[in-house]
Design a protein around this ligand. Structure first.
Ligand SMILES: C[C@@H](N)C(=O)N[C@H](C)C(=O)O
Ligand SMILES: [Zn+2]
Length: 228
């Protein structure tokens, strides 16, 4: 993104996996979001350097980070809000919010109008075993189970089982949810401990969302994410 302090994460650490969900159809709107012209993670440089340190610590234990979203242009946030207000929006993506009315997702705190992602200081991410077996590619025609169902029923993801899928707007995604198994809790801990140790703060309603407050100067951007 020109005229911004954002860097490509791939230039700082190419070993961090990237599965940029808002650049394709596997997200709660069912479509690529405006401003995601390339499936690339961009963040402020201190955030990228901190992620590199987290990645080094995880790699020593046989894991890798996998980012789902990084810098989010403000036009994409506006598109998320328009989608939440539109009861006729297609395709049906209720697998991401099985128990909620989508018009409440902003008010309930699952999506932000003034997102730290637009300031380049937030990341949505998970942990993948380095020896993870390959999973089937996402197929828009398949009717996947709700994001709260057991992992084999959800849309494919080679991540550790965190108890819900990414962007699962449900109380089960609250980081300290008691409604998940001890193994799923332990998996969340691997991510939480590694990120906290390197200066990130988790958002208590979403096990996947972390921000890096020390790099936040309050300035948001709308530049598109372009090919590296
Ligand atoms: C939408 C979800 N991935 C997310 O990032 N939520 C937080 C609250 C945000 O929009 O900043
Ligand atoms: Zn987020």
């Amino acid at each position: 993104a020109a005229q911004t302090p954002l860097v490509y994460l791939r230039d700082i650490d190419a070993s961090i996996r990237q599965d940029m969900r808002y650049a394709g159809p596997d997200n709660f709107t069912g479509r690529p979001l405006p401003g995601y012209d390339a499936a690339e993670c961009m963040v402020r440089q201190p955030v990228a350097l901190a992620l590199k340190r987290v990645q080094a610590a995880l790699a020593a234990n046989g894991y890798s980070l996998k980012v789902y979203d990084c810098y989010r242009p403000t036009r994409a946030v506006a598109a998320m809000a328009a989608w939440a207000r539109d009861p006729k929006a297609t395709p049906d993506t209720s697998r991401f919010y099985p128990k909620l009315d989508k018009s409440r997702l902003f008010a309930l705190g699952y999506i932000s109008n003034r997102s730290a992602h637009s300031r380049g200081v937030a990341v949505d991410l998970t942990v993948v075993p380095l020896n993870a077996a390959p999973v089937a590619p996402f197929a828009p025609v398949v009717r996947y189970g709700a994001c709260t169902t057991p992992q084999p029923e959800r849309a494919p993801d080679d991540s550790l089982d965190m108890g819900t899928g990414f962007d699962c707007f449900d109380v089960k995604s609250h980081t300290a949810s008691p409604a998940i198994t001890p193994a799923q809790t332990a998996n969340r801990r691997i991510l939480l401990d590694a990120m906290r140790k390197h200066g990130f703060t988790n958002y208590k309603r979403e096990w996947w969302h972390f921000s890096y407050g020390r790099a936040d100067d309050g300035v948001a951007f709308n530049a598109a994410i372009r090919k590296r």
